[in-house]
Write a protein that binds this ligand. Structure first.
Ligand code: ATP
Ligand code: MG
Length: 424
């Protein structure tokens, strides 16, 4: 095989069928579940003014290291970036359009982060997600968590665990930040160099380190939940009570901070034991009560989640619950008399709603029958010289190979429909 000139950029992939079909099915599944709970689809731009994303947090890796940034061709140019996630864009849209609240939206699409590519970690990856803006009712938090769980359940995953934490409000956070900084400074000699650097900018982010060397220090760090104000603690308690009432199991994860700076109060992550620890998060989310305001909108509470489609599929594969992707094609038209009959037959079958394919290039009967088999179609509609002179077509069941019947060409759609409904 000759070597091709170009390859897809590092960290990106071409996704071919049937994997692409599976991904599409997952996205649709999420959409159905979200719409059933009153979320409407939001389509927003793939790139935004870079400042929109800077609101995610000036000290996060996503903003400082992972943005795909560029200037447009304007004079002066505008600084843009490909979206690394969608919550900031949704909040920008909310601030711009001021819809009535609660505003419940769901979305799907590619996100871009300049990360070190590895299994389950790409530079372009697919997320589905949802946001509820304009309510700080703990029930909205529970609805959001339930949406994620229903999705994993619907795709058949059984080894997804829910980790739950509260990051408190601004007041809780500053008390905690102070205590955590002191603790981390006391044990600074045990931290990795990267974590030491993070400590100088944003001590909470040290807790998000996935480096094994940092884990002993992290595992003994003070926990946020000890510093919650009365109000934040009550909010968190109500979320837990409500989850208990629904029999949802969760693990309290008092050191879960997540990769973005905007989270307040409820924070959660869905992890799976079937993937390696470095990529075991299949989804996550939380509250971001200050984000809309920081984007120039009115003070608006919000809660959302984003689920990774690529990792969800990897988890499905690991758990052996990948949905079978059946061939889309049900009928294959084989035409050895020039192909023009195939044009008309395909057109009529397809208009009748029957998925139909055919061969091109006037291939031999044998070659076309091979293609028909490979297409996994159930039925072949065959036009050879005999059929042409008699004004008929032959119809063959490709799976049972139980012979074939000749039918008037005009009856093709009717007969194929009847056959498909009787064949299993
Ligand atoms: P991680 O801690 O694994 O980097 P994250 O906290 O950065 O994940 P979020 O920003 O919360 O992830 O995004 C939600 C989900 O999107 C993640 O749980 C994961 O399933 C998926 N995701 C995030 N980054 C990537 C990536 N680079 N490649 C593939 N999927 C990703
Ligand atoms: Mg990350």
């Amino acid at each position: 095989m000759s070597k091709s000139l170009f390859r897809s950029p590092r960290g990106t992939r071409d996704i071919l069928a049937p994997e692409s079909t599976r991904r599409h099915q997952l996205v649709n599944r999420f959409g159905e579940i979200a719409e059933r709970s009153g979320f409407g689809l939001l389509e927003s731009p793939i790139f935004e003014d870079v400042s929109v994303f800077q609101r995610i947090g000036a000290s996060t890796d996503i903003v400082t290291k992972e943005l795909f940034e560029f200037n447009d061709k304007g004079n002066p140019p505008q600084r843009l970036a490909l979206r690394p996630e969608l919550t900031a864009g949704v909040c920008r849209a909310f601030a711009q359009h001021r819809p009535t609240v609660p505003w419940k939206v769901w979305y799907h699409g590619p996100q871009f982060r300049y990360e070190r590519p590895q299994s389950g970690r790409y530079r372009q990856f697919m997320q589905v997600g949802a946001e509820t803006l304009g309510s700080d009712d703990p029930h909205a938090d529970v609805e959001m968590i339930g949406l994620g769980l229903s999705f994993y359940e619907a795709v058949g995953l059984r080894r997804v665990r829910l980790l739950l934490n509260s990051l408190g409000d601004v007041e809780s956070r500053s008390a905690y930040r102070y205590a955590l900084t002191r603790y981390l400074q006391q044990r600074s000699t045990e931290l990795t160099e990267q974590s030491l650097a993070t400590l100088g900018v944003n001590p909470l982010r040290v807790l998000d380190s996935k480096r094994p060397a940092d884990q002993p220090v992290i595992s003994e760090a003070p926990v946020m939940t000890d510093f919650l104000t009365e109000e934040s603690a009550a909010h968190f308690q109500e979320v837990q009570d409500c989850l208990d009432g629904l029999d949802v199991s969760y693990e309290l994860a008092p050191r879960l901070v997540r990769g973005l700076d905007y989270y307040t109060r409820t924070t959660f992550e869905f992890v799976t034991d079937s993937l390696a620890a470095a990529q075991n998060a299949v989804g996550g989310g939380g509250r971001y009560d200050g984000l809309v305001e920081s984007l120039g909108g009115p003070s608006t509470p919000g809660i959302g989640l984003a689920l990774g489609v690529d990792r969800t599929l990897l988890a499905c594969e690991a758990e052996g619950v990948l949905a079978e992707v059946s061939s889309a094609v049900r009928v294959f038209v084989v035409d050895t008399v020039g192909g023009s009959q195939a044009v008309g037959l395909c057109d009529r079958l397809r208009r009748a709603g029957i998925s139909t394919d055919r061969a091109f290039d006037r291939r031999s009967m044998k070659a076309q029958m091979k293609l028909a088999d490979r297409s996994e179609a159930r039925i072949a509609v065959i036009v050879g010289p005999d059929e042409q002179s008699e004004g008929v077509v032959s119809v063959r069941d490709l799976r049972s190979h139980a012979g074939q019947q000749k039918i008037p060409e005009a009856d093709t759609v009717k007969t194929v429909k009847r056959l498909l409904s009787t064949l299993s």
